[in-house]
Write a protein that binds this ligand. Structure first.
Ligand code: FAD
Length: 534
């Protein structure tokens, strides 16, 4: 995504030594014991404001705990009388980690490696751990996380709970790389879940936004940390699908692949693949340096988003310069971007936000012009649209890949004023309509703007998911803004004929799914812009 553009601008300062003098003194020893005790004690505080990376969603929680042991998680879940929400890295963008007056369990200090097998290429971790910490641990064994996002700042629990994906070819939703999870349910019981054991809980918790319980541990598939060579070329969007089918889809040598659509014409793509190679690396860092300076990236984003002709400059000047040479690098390097590279100086008046739409692979040529028309008509300040491909989801309840899909990740800038937010709601609902009418979906970790009707059309198994939640969390303990917007304890409506376009049945495969997929859309009425259902 954007990192593809900006990475070459980054300053490759050597890692600063953080080593303290090795000379130990009794005072230092005592100090380390006190610091360790502070670091590992469960933290708690009352009345906190929880927000996310966009700074658009401040939520007042009643209490916040940051457990370091599973017993503390169980105790909090069992004994807290009111609503509970779960926070990971807080990079979701619509209040998915909190709800007003809840207890937030901040998982970020529950972050140890539990076990690791180099031979079997599997690792078990506590769910508050970040991908970065895992990468630092496994890189010396020349292993790599099989599926994750492009950035490594996210927690494992937060990534599993949205069923994240990356740019890996031949793969797709992260559920494909999860061997099992350990889940703390609303009554405090702890269960193992996997594709074969408690599979309903497994398929509900992955992509379940913390609705069923706390994912405490996860066992994940690893893979080899191979060297990859970058290849990049420009082509008309109309040629992309044939190119992808011929060169990428079944090519096991292509490790990462994506295509960036240039705004504002949205008809040319830069197609970039990273293929397995035995060539020596041209970037010697094995992981993206943690202390890299990203100030030049900020200037580039400023130019692209604000300058007259900034988007033209990106396409015709910056990009050709950045892609003039092919890098050879480690898989782990390419999988360890840092979200700091995207962070603007301020998010007070405007902020950078993501959205994502998924359409069956066969519908790309129909969807893109319709998406582009909405973006242009509403003058959306699009910085980049990254296309990725994903295999079909094996059966999670809130699957976003009900067939093989192309994913469209839109990175754009918006104002923070209420009027700007209303505008975003309007065009977002139009884009959701367009994705649904192609048999597609939209992604749930971002701003909660879809109507209930759109949510159910995009996630046809939501009623089955709600039924499962009602069974394992009868008092609706686990809550957050996303669940507050859509969760209902009643039965699925039987009527059809809402007037809402049904997903295209010809292009949506339901194999691997059970339950009510393919059921008619529930009879919700379309809500006017400005409704509280976001
Ligand atoms: C710059 C940027 C780039 C991104 N790129 C991608 C991408 O390439 N692909 C992609 O798929 N997504 C991408 N995302 C979205 C990202 O994957 C999600 O926002 C993800 O949830 C972030 O993880 P987190 O640890 O911050 O989760 P949080 O935002 O903290 O939590 C997300 C959800 O998970 C729940 N949760 C967290 N931990 C647990 C747990 N232990 N048990 C149960 N529930 C839990 C929370 O309650 C919440 O509902 C991107 C986001 C940003 C900001």
């Amino acid at each position: 995504m954007l990192s593809d553009i900006f990475v070459a601008f980054a300053n490759t300062r050597p890692l600063r030594s953080r080593m303290l003098s090795a000379r130990a003194t009794p005072i230092r020893a005592a100090l380390s014991i006190v610091l360790a005790a502070i670091a590992y004690a469960p933290h708690a505080c009352a009345d906190a404001i929880v927000n996310d990376v966009t700074q658009l969603n401040p939520i007042h929680v009643r209490e916040l705990v940051a457990p370091t042991r599973i017993e503390a998680i169980i105790e909090a879940v069992k004994n807290h009388p009111g609503p509970i929400s779960i926070g990971g890295g807080r990079y979701s963008m619509g209040g998915q980690t909190a709800t007003d007056g809840a207890l937030q369990i901040d998982m970020r200090r529950f972050a140890q490696i539990v076990s690791f097998s180099k031979e079997n290429k599997v690792i078990t971790v506590q769910a508050g751990i970040t991908w970065r910490k895992i990468q630092e641990y496994i890189d010396p064994y020349n292993l790599s996380v099989e599926i994750m996002q492009s950035y490594d700042n996210f927690t494992v629990g937060g990534s599993l709970s949205v069923n994240a994906h990356g740019r890996y070819t031949g793969l797709g939703p992260i559920v494909l790389s999860v061997k099992s999870i350990r889940l703390v349910l609303a009554d405090g019981s702890v269960v193992m879940a996997s594709p074969t054991e408690n599979s309903d809980l497994f398929n509900g918790a992955i992509g379940g936004y913390g609705a069923l319980g706390v994912i405490a541990e996860a066992t994940l598939q690893l893979t080899d940390n191979v060297r990859v060579e970058e290849h990049s070329q420009l082509m008309p969007l109309s040629a992309y699908r044939a190119f992808f089918d011929k060169n990428v889809r079944d090519n096991r040598n292509v490790i990462f692949h994506n295509a960036d659509i240039f705004p504002t014409a949205f008809d040319v793509v830069r197609v970039t693949s990273y293929t397995k190679t035995e060539k020596p690396v041209t970037i010697s860092d094995r992981l993206t340096p943690a202390d890299r300076d990203y100030s030049s990236n900020r200037r580039v984003v400023e130019v692209v988003s604000e300058w007259p002709g900034g988007k033209w400059m990106r396409q015709h000047v910056l990009d050709p310069w950045l892609y003039r040479k092919s890098a050879v690098e480690w898989r782990n390097y390419e999988a360890s971007y840092d979200v700091r590279e995207l962070e603007p100086v301020s998010r007070k008046l405007s902020t950078f936000v993501l959205q994502e739409y998924f359409v069956p692979a066969s519908r790309i040529d129909e969807f893109v012009p319709r998406m582009a028309e909405v973006l242009r008509r509403h003058h959306v300040n699009v910085i980049n649209i990254s296309i990725r491909h994903s295999r079909q989801d094996p059966g999670t309840y809130l699957a976003w890949a009900r067939s093989d899909v192309f994913c469209f990740v839109i990175y754009y800038k918006q104002g923070t004023a209420e009027s700007a937010r209303q505008e975003v709601q309007g065009w977002t609902r139009e884009l959701i309509d367009r994705a649904i009418s192609e048999g597609g979906t939209y992604y749930l970790p971002y701003q909660i703007l879809a109507t209930k009707e759109q949510f159910h059309a995009a996630y046809p198994r939501a009623w089955d998911f709600f039924k499962l939640k009602k069974r394992v969390d009868p008092s609706n303990k686990f809550r957050n803004r996303l669940l507050d917007a859509y969760y209902e304890t009643g039965d699925a409506p039987r009527m059809s004929g809402s007037g809402y376009p049904s997903p295209r049945q010809d292009s949506v495969s339901t194999s691997g799914f059970t339950g009510s997929s393919g059921a008619p859309s529930p009879p919700f009425h379309r809500l006017p812009v400005g409704s509280p259902f976001r």
